[in-house]
Ligand binder design. Structure first.
Ligand SMILES: [Fe+2]
Ligand SMILES: [Fe+2]
Length: 164
């Protein structure tokens, strides 16, 4: 099954896209910390603001694809209320909270100029989201490979494509 038919391959590709954005996020955060003028810092913070748009849209779609398409079917084998899927669901909500907090800190910066607060918030989000996708790639998706049938994979892929 190639990535256009295999939901796990498709979700792994989305993880790569997320890692690309997190690299950019971390780069902008470092530059924001060392910016030598307010103007430079303001420009960087505008870039960071663009990244929050990715989180609102693409991270959210990715999470929904896992929550609504993959997890319910995989949950038939490994459970949802406890164990790894439960941990992943908690981490999704934690990422959503951190992302909302990061946006608030960016908006606050425009009046309070507290760039350290937004850097801390951005780094917390980046760290959690990156560790989260690593766990899925290395643990959860391997469990899914072991359990899911071809038919289940096909129907998960259909659901994934309907979530956008
Ligand atoms: Fe996830
Ligand atoms: Fe994921």
């Amino acid at each position: 099954m190639d990535a256009s038919h295999d939901p796990l391959a498709a979700l792994r590709i989305e993880h790569e896209e997320i890692r690309g954005i997190l690299n950019k996020l971390e780069g902008y955060l470092k530059k924001t910390a060392s910016a030598e003028s307010d103007e430079d810092r303001n420009n960087l913070i505008n870039q960071l603001s663009g990244i929050t748009a990715f989180m609102d849209k693409d991270m959210e779609i990715h999470f929904k694809r896992e929550e609504e398409a993959l997890f319910p079917v995989l949950g038939n084998y490994i459970g949802i209320e406890t164990g790894p899927i439960n941990v992943m669901l908690i981490e999704h909500n934690h990422c959503r909270d951190l992302s909302a907090g990061f946006k608030i800190k960016i908006n606050n910066y425009r009046s309070d100029k507290n760039y350290k607060a937004l850097i801390d918030a951005g780094n917390s989000l980046s760290q959690l989201l990156s560790e989260h996708e690593d766990k899925e790639d290395h643990i959860l998706f391997n469990m899914a490979e072991m359990h899911l049938t071809q038919d289940e994979k096909r129907s998960i892929m259909e659901k994934i494509l309907a979530i956008k």
